[in-house]
Design a protein around this ligand. Structure first.
Ligand code: SAM
Ligand code: SF4
Length: 317
């Protein structure tokens, strides 16, 4: 279905939980997770009904996210249910990777084709500092498990933070030479409730091009990343620049939060609740969300923080 600006909406980012086993400073407030009532969250049946409704309106690609989707007990059944939904052609999942060693094969069997793993650093101390509680070795084991399982595509997402990991652009990009993975550098977004790393932490995507002059541009795919490659690399290097180079004009996505709100735009407070609705009522809400999708996400900077209204772990990045 097209929105009011002629954009064809085909992509749903589906958050299945607000919970997480990590506490990344740019994603979660210092007090951590606010405990929510079970009955406020979408059930598995409601989630799958929403995917069915979305597919009937033209959604063909779903990315499962969170919170950390792999802490969800019924994650395999959810993935299978989404993969089996008529009209869904591509199922992807974004994870911090730490629980992949026990789940990678089963996720593939349940229909997940592509995996994005968040990995901002290769330094164990920096990993512990960013995630507050995580161990780098767990995330690296997850990366190896994903590669061994044989997903169609494995990507690494690294959020750039000045004074934290901007000295690691080279070593992170080298992962695309060592493994058949795309490494995507993402600009830090000023999300509500995130401890971020203050103003000085914002590093524009251009910094990657300056640090790696040997990067060669490669043809762009659909999506939000500008793509490059290092000589001799198996994978590519991508830049995702929500602040310095916006991609709102080609935005094709909706988000559905774990508590059942359709968010037409990540950085706008607009939400359309679907919890407890019939199929027909849900469809009306999806239509409203698409029709009212804003033309762009508005100014984003340290002076103009995101108007998302929720921290990232409660939206689904
Ligand atoms: N737990 C999973 C993970 O970490 O991949 C999935 C959810 S997480 C919210 C999804 C993505 O959002 C991660 O790649 C994370 O790095 C990114 N993210 C979270 N907060 C962000 C922020 N303030 N700026 C940029 N990216 C952010
Ligand atoms: Fe958890 Fe992902 Fe947020 Fe980190 S970025 S706290 S892993 S949801």
């Amino acid at each position: 279905m097209q929105d009011a600006f002629g954009r064809n909406i085909t992509y749903l980012r589906l958050s299945v939980t607000e919970l997480c086993n990590l506490r990344c400073r740019y994603c979660m407030p210092p007090e951590g997770i606010q405990k929510r009532l079970h009955e406020d969250m979408l059930t598995q049946e409601e989630t799958l009904l929403a995917v069915k409704v979305a597919a009937k309106l033209g959604i063909s690609k779903v990315r499962i996210t969170g919170g950390e989707p792999l802490v969800k007990k019924n994650i395999l059944a959810l993935c299978q249910g989404v993969a089996d939904t008529e009209g869904i052609e591509e199922l992807c999942l974004t994870t911090n990777g730490t629980l992949l060693p026990g789940l990678a094969d089963s996720l593939l069997a349940a229909g997940v084709r592509r995996i994005n793993i968040s990995l901002d650093t290769l330094n164990p101390d920096t990993y512990a500092r960013i995630t507050r509680v995580g161990k780098l070795s767990d995330a690296l084991s997850g990366l190896h498990a994903a590669l061994a399982a044989g997903f169609e595509k494995v990507k690494i997402n690294a959020v750039l933070m000045g004074g934290v990991n901007d000295g690691e652009i080279g070593s992170l990009a080298e992962l695309s030479r060592a493994y058949p993975v795309d490494v995507r550098f993402i600009e830090l977004m000023p999300m509500p409730g995130s401890q971020a790393f203050k103003e000085a932490a914002f590093v524009p995507g251009e910094a990657v091009l300056k640090a790696l002059p040997e990067l060669m541009p490669v043809p762009q795919e659909d999506g939000v990343a500008s793509l490059y490659t290092l000589p001799g690399a198996k994978g590519r290097v991508g830049l995702i620049r929500p602040l310095s180079c916006q991609f709102c004009g080609t935005c094709d996505r909706l988000r559905l939060t774990a508590d059942g709100r359709i968010k037409p735009c990540l950085h706008q407070p607009l939400e359309y609740p679907i919890k407890g609705l019939s199929e027909q009522q849900m469809q009306a809400q999806f239509r409203r969300a698409i029709q009212n999708k804003p033309p762009w996400h508005g100014e984003l900077s340290s002076q103009s923080p995101s108007r998302a209204g929720r921290p990232m772990h409660r939206i689904g990045g």
